[in-house]
Design a protein around this ligand. Structure first.
Ligand code: SF4
Length: 422
C-alpha cells in the first residue's frame, strides 16, 4: 500500500513540475512515507526524522513532509516531537503537500485525472479499497487507515486502461482486505464483479489481488479467480495462528477448521494455485502447545511461502491494553526460527516439483545481469541465457529450484504475448 501511495504522490509532484532527486541533501521536497505495523518500521522513520532536523536547520527552505500510518487524525504530539516537519499527511491524503507546492509554484493541478504511477513498470498496483473494518486485537491499521472505503468500479477500470496505455501488463488490486471490496458502494458489487470488468481491459494480461481475509473470501470470488483467464491463480490468505484459543484472542473471527475448509475449497477449484500466508508467533498467551498447533497447520496446508512476524506490542491496539506481552523475546525468536526452517523445507520441496515443468512468466526486469519474472502462481523465476525479454509473457522450462526461487530457460518457440491495446 505504501509503495502504491508513494507512486501516486510522485505522479502528483511530477504534474506540478517537480523532478526526482535521489540525493536527499539536494532535494527541495523530502517525503517520508511511514509504516507502523511493527516497532522496527516505526523506529526507522523516527531515526530518519532525527537526521532531518539538522538538515532543516541548515536549509530551512526545504519542505519536509511525513505521510503514512504514523500520521493519525490528531497530530499535536507529532508536531511537538518533530517541529522540522512542514506537513503531515494521512495515508492517501496528499492534499496538504500538493497545496503547499501549488502555493509555492503558483500553479494548480488538474484533479480530474486520476493519479497513477508516472513511470510504471510492466507490473504495478491499483489500490481498490482503503482501511479495514476488522479490528484484530494486535493490529493498528483500522485506527490509522480508517474504516473501509471502496473506490468506484468505473474509476478503477479507467485507471487500469490508463496503465495499459503506458505499457503495464500486470496489475495487483490492493487493499487491507480486498475480499470485502464493494460493500459500501451503490449496488454492492464485490471483488468478483471487479475482477470480471478488469479482465476485459485490453492490454492488461494479468491480474492479482492482495490481501484476503478468510471470512470474506466467498465462493463467488474463488470461482471468479478460477474462471477468469487473466486472473492469476495465487492467493495470500493470512491465517495468523493455528490454534483456536489464539485465533479467538486475536479476534480473527474463524477457527482453524474453518480456515482449513477454505483452503480445501480453493484447492478444489484451483489445484495448481500458489497459496501463501501470514503468521504471528509469540502472541500473548500463546503456549508451546498452541504454537505446535500452528506448526501442525503449516505442515498440513503446505503453503508456498509464509511471512512470519514475532509479535510486538502496537500502542493503541486492543491487545496493548488487555493482553500482556507474556512470551519472552528469546522464545518468540525460537518459534520464528523453528517455523521458518519447517517452511523452508516445504518451499524447497514444492519448488523442486516445478523442475522440468513449462511455466508462463511475465518478465518484469533484470538483476545482476539475469532477467526475472513471476509464474502465474507467483514464483520468482530467474532466466538463464541471453535475450531481451523485458515486459514479455513467455513460456519457460524450469531447470532449477531453491526454497526461494526457480531458474529456467525460454522455451524453444516460446509464446510471446504482444499486448493489444484498445
Ligand atoms: S484484517 Fe488485517 S488489516 Fe484488518 S485489522 Fe485484521 S490484521 Fe489488521
Amino acid at each position: 500500500m505504501n509503495v502504491a501511495d508513494s507512486e501516486r504522490l510522485a505522479n502528483a509532484l511530477d504534474r506540478l513540475g517537480c523532478e526526482p532527486e535521489p540525493v536527499m541533501e539536494r532535494a527541495d521536497i523530502i517525503v517520508l512515507n511511514s509504516c507502523v505495523v511493527r516497532q522496527g518500521a516505526e523506529d526507522k522513520v523516527t531515526g530518519r526524522l532525527g537526521s532531518l532536523k539538522k538538515l532543516k536547520r541548515e536549509q530551512p527552505d526545504k519542505l519536509i513532509s511525513l505521510m503514512g500510518c504514523m500520521v493519525g487524525p490528531d497530530n499535536t504530539d507529532l508536531e511537538t516531537r518533530f517541529p522540522q516537519v512542514d506537513c503531515f499527511m494521512r495515508p492517501q491524503e496528499f492534499g496538504p503537500l500538493i497545496q503547499l507546492v501549488e502555493a509555492q509554484e503558483g500553479t494548480c493541478m488538474d484533479t480530474s485525472v486520476p493519479l497513477v504511477p508516472s513511470t510504471p513498470s510492466v507490473a504495478t498496483f491499483i489500490p481498490i479499497i482503503h482501511g479495514c473494518d476488522k479490528f484484530c486485537t494486535f493490529c493498528i491499521i483500522p485506527y490509522r487507515r480508517g474504516r473501509e472505503r471502496s473506490r468506484p468500479i468505473e474509476e478503477l477500470v479507467r485507471e487500469a486502461e490508463m496503465l495499459a496505455v503506458r505499457g503495464v501488463k500486470e496489475v495487483t488490486l490492493l487493499g487491507q482486505n480486498v475480499d470485502s471490496y464493494g460493500h459500501d458502494l451503490p449496488g454492492e458489487p464485490d471483488l468478483a464483479d471487479l475482477l470480471r470488468v478488469i479482465n476485459e481491459v485490453g492490454g492488461i494480461e494479468r491480474i492479482r489481488f492482495l490481501t484476503s481475509h478468510p471470512n470474506d473470501m466467498s465462493e463467488r470470488i474463488i470461482d471468479a479467480v478460477a474462471g477468469l483467464d487473466k486472473v492469476c491463480e495465487f492467493i495470500n490468505l493470512p491465517v495468523q495462528a493455528g490454534d483456536n484459543g489464539v485465533l479467538e484472542a486475536m479476534r480473527r473471527g474463524y477457527t482453524r477448521e474453518q480456515y482449513l475448509a477454505k483452503v480445501d475449497r480453493i484447492r478444489a477449484a484451483m489445484p495448481e494455485s500458489g497459496l501463501t500466508t501470514d503468521i504471528i508467533v509469540g502472541f500473548p498467551g500463546e503456549t508451546e502447545k498452541a504454537f505446535e498447533q500452528t506448526v501442525d497447520l503449516v505442515k498440513r496446508v503446505r503453503f508456498d511461502k509464509i511471512h512470519i512476524a514475532s509479535y510486538s506490542v502496537r500502542p493503541g491496539t486492543i491487545a496493548s491494553r488487555k493482553q500482556p506481552d507474556d512470551v519472552p523475546a528469546e522464545e518468540k525468536k525460537r518459534r520464528n526460527t523453528t517455523l521458518e526452517a519447517i517452511q523452508n523445507d516445504i518451499s524447497s520441496e514444492i519448488n523442486g516439483s516445478y523442475v522440468g515443468r513449462t511455466e508462463e512468466i511475465l518478465v518484469e526486469g533484470s538483476k545482476d545481469g539475469r532477467w526475472q519474472g513471476r509464474t502465474r502462481s507467483n514464483k520468482l523465476v530467474y532466466l538463464e541465457g541471453a535475450g531481451r525479454f523485458h515486459g514479455e509473457i513467455m513460456d519457460v522450462v524450469v531447470e532449477g529450484a531453491t526454497a526461494f526461487s526457480l531458474t529456467g530457460r525460454a522455451k524453444e518457440g516460446s509464446r510471446v504475448v504482444l499486448s493489444q491495446i484498445g
